[in-house]
Design a protein around this ligand. Structure first.
Ligand SMILES: [Zn+2]
Length: 182
């Protein structure tokens, strides 16, 4: 069902989240990011270092609960678990509690990620639909469509995702309930 290699938090050496807020599935949105920093990684060893670097930045410096993204995809073609399918993320204000945020490690302003990295994103989304974590009629956006002032996910990657089936040019205004936990 899920045709990609998943790297668990334990496998990449994540610290536990400081706190978690559960998210209802299936979600209607998928939001694509690039990390910008850290730069692209091609070996699993490098990608693990990138994951740890981001968790340090998000959790220790930014004082968030955990690494912000739901999932992160490396240039090694593997999918790294961030907050996962059912925990509210910290990647796109107004959408955090109803989207899966997927970040591609690297700076994708002028270059396209390698095909194995893009393939892993497609496989992850397909898997999310099959597991009923993502709605089959989900809409996909680049981060800059829902947040003023960011160039994320980079022009070249944005051009790429613009051709994907579920890409939408019309992100709706999203009402954010204060709490989604039961
Ligand atoms: Zn972003």
């Amino acid at each position: 069902m899920c045709d990609f290699e998943l790297v668990s938090r334990e496998e990449w050496g994540a610290r536990p989240p400081k706190s978690t807020e559960s998210m209802a599935n299936p979600v209607p949105y998928v939001i694509i990011h690039h990390t910008y920093q850290p730069p692209a990684c091609s070996s699993t060893e490098e990608c693990i270092k990138a994951m740890q670097w981001m968790q340090d930045l998000h959790q220790l410096q930014n004082k968030w609960n955990d690494i912000g993204y739901s999932f992160v995809v490396g240039g090694d073609g593997k999918v790294y678990v961030g907050r996962g399918w059912s925990t509210v993320g910290a990647h796109s204000p107004s959408y955090n509690n109803q989207s899966i945020g997927i970040s591609l490690i690297g700076d994708w302003r002028s270059e396209l990620p390698p095909s194995r990295q893009l393939d892993a994103v497609h496989n992850l989304i397909r898997c999310g639909i099959e597991m009923e974590k993502i709605k089959p009629d989900y809409r996909l956006f680049g981060h800059k469509q829902v947040r003023m002032g960011t160039e994320c996910p980079g022009d070249r990657l944005f051009e790429e995702i613009s051709s994907w089936n579920h890409f939408s040019t019309d992100p709706p205004f999203v009402w954010v309930p204060k709490k989604l936990e039961s």
